[in-house]
Design a protein around this ligand. Structure first.
Ligand code: F0G
Length: 529
């Protein structure tokens, strides 16, 4: 028997942090909303899971129907990886998703599908696709501008057209170059090209909301608001402007501040003039219909309309990131359908993998779709048959019985929400808010940074109170959940549609216990046992 301890070569720092809060638990089995940890005497101890794979388990852990389908796929020796071949499994999936889009958004426009492996990867695909399309728009504009330069040159040379006084100003031609005739015109052309080339070389700017979370890869991290995750990598990728939700005035100001234009030379009668053409500054506007990491905050229908207005005015594509809110969690397949917000792009991942596969899908509205991207973007594992067939099974289960799962999400969500509201009603001094929709709910505590408990105060000031509370819920009450990544006082609850009344009652009791500790300003606070 080997008695020498193995070195910790995976997650050493993370485990040290988890250990501090009593969260360094290994789970050995999982079913539905229950995880099992092993006690010292070898017995399995049940933990009720409200984090549920960070919202990726709409049908729970190891759902028997999904496992049966997985076994069937494996037993049938389905070829899992057949890159550069025809895949009916990906098309079936795209067709099934399109049927739901039609129903929930009342549209008959098709959406094309692109495939990745994770949520962040799918977001990166959107960023690439949107930039490809923005580049094409810029090229087309520059092409038109060049054609105009040639015809204006003939007007100067052959018809004696003169350059309007303000044309030089608009193109910032230096005083010495403002000479009559062809020489002055060439100086104007050089200045216009300089201006346009400088604009064309700029990276896109993305719009998203404060508190947004769109992933942690090189580009998607720049759309994720949390500075700790984002700022070290700023130099690597295009940037985003983060707009506060429900502030159309700020949104309008951001758009105005960033507005830019290309210069175009035109002939008007016998005059050479400069006109400004809108430059596509923005790559896309990313929104989560329910902002998860911001503290489970549903987008209002009013602000959704403002976002649509801005996107329409700019010709900027709208991206609905439904990675967490989609797949039925809100009570409909797409959370955006509750507020009538139809994205030009829709991004899915998490629950689409049924808790056992990893997949990410981007759906792109036909009128925005660039087929070329299929030939220049690829991934070895994206589109694999196993993940696609499991995703197809998840959709089949969601749609079964005329959408029984959506009704369950709504009904179970209402039951869970009522429990959270009951806690708030009894602890208004401790609980600030209950938010969310369906089975994507959050409970926010009041700021605890002036608590009389030194432990609670320190955990609050250090930004780790969420871990303190999570450790307490786990070790005292056998409940697993966490605070959201960018709103530490908000606990997230994202169980499967099969969450039971008993599980909800256990959560309610645990939350009451948490509120007691916070109310008492208990000196020990949430220090790990
Ligand atoms: N978009 C949203 C809305 C997300 O919630 C997440 C992940 C991602 C994108 C990235 O997906 O992890 O598959 O690369 N949210 C995790 C969470 C981190 O805590 O819910 P990924």
């Amino acid at each position: 028997m080997n008695t020498v301890a193995e070195p910790v070569l995976a997650d050493a720092a993370l485990c040290e942090m988890l250990c501090e809060f009593g969260l360094d638990v290994e789970y050995v089995r999982a079913e539905g909303n229950t995880l099992y940890r092993r006690a010292e005497d070898g017995r399995e101890v049940a933990v009720t899971d409200f984090a549920c794979g960070f919202g990726s388990l709409i049908f729970g852990h190891n759902n028997p129907e999904i496992l049966a389908r997985a076994k069937e796929i494996l037993d049938a020796r389905v070829p899992v990886h057949t890159q550069l071949a025809r895949h009916s499994h990906t098309n079936d999936l795209a067709v099934a998703l399109n049927k739901i889009i039609r129903r929930e958004f009342g549209t008959d426009e098709d959406y094309h599908a692109l495939f990745g492996n994770t949520g962040a990867e799918a977001v990166e695909i959107v960023i690439k696709h949107a930039e490809f399309s923005r580049r094409q728009r810029i090229s087309e504009s520059l092409h038109g501008i060049e054609a105009g330069i040639d015809s204006a040159r003939s007007a100067v040379r052959d018809r004696g057209a003169v350059i309007a006084a303000d044309a030089y100003d608009l193109a910032r031609v230096s005083a010495g170059d403002r000479v009559p005739g062809p020489a002055g015109y060439e100086a104007l052309v050089a200045a216009v090209r300089r201006h346009n080339e400088e604009r064309a070389g700029r990276p896109p700017l993305f719009l998203t909301l404060e508190g947004a979370f769109h992933g942690k890869l090189v580009s998607s991290i720049q759309l994720t608001h949390n500075e700790m995750f984002r700022t070290p990598f700023k130099a690597l990728s295009a940037q985003a402007r983060f707009v506060p939700a429900d502030r159309p005035d700020v949104l309008a100001k951001v758009v105005e501040d960033e507005r830019d234009s290309l210069l175009q030379i035109v002939v008007a009668g016998r005059e050479i003039q400069i006109v400004e053409r809108d430059f596509p500054v923005f790559g896309a506007f990313f929104v989560e219909p329910i902002r998860g990491e911001a503290g489970i905050r549903p987008l209002t229908a009013e602000f959704a309309r403002e976002i649509e207005k801005v996107c329409d005015a700019l010709g900027c594509p709208l991206v609905c990131d439904e990675i967490q809110s989609g797949m039925g969690r809100s009570g409909a397949f797409f959370a955006a359908s509750h507020i009538g917000l139809r994205g030009d792009y829709i991004v899915l991942a998490k629950s689409l993998g049924g808790g056992i596969a990893k997949t990410g899908i981007v759906l792109v509205r036909k009128s925005r779709y660039r087929h070329e991207v299929e030939l220049i973007h690829s991934s070895t594992f994206g589109k694999d048959a196993f993940s696609s067939l499991i995703a197809r099974k998840v959709i089949e289960m969601l749609e079964a019985g005329g959408g029984r799962a959506y009704r369950l999400a709504e009904e179970r969500g209402a039951r869970l929400r009522a429990a959270l509201e009951a806690v708030r009603a009894d602890f208004p001094d401790v609980v600030k808010d209950v938010r969310g929709r369906g089975l994507m709910l959050g409970l926010e505590f009041h700021d605890q940074s002036d608590s009389a408990s030194a432990v609670i105060r320190a955990q609050s000031l250090n930004g780790v109170i969420g871990f303190g509370i999570a450790g307490y819920l786990l070790n005292e009450h056998g409940i697993r959940t966490f605070s959201t990544a960018s709103a530490m006082y908000t606990l997230r609850f994202e169980p499967s549609v099969h969450v039971t009344d008993d599980e909800i009652a256990a959560l309610e009791a645990a939350l009451r216990g948490t509120c007691e500790v916070l109310r008492r300003q208990d000196e020990r606070g949430f220090a790990a046992a």
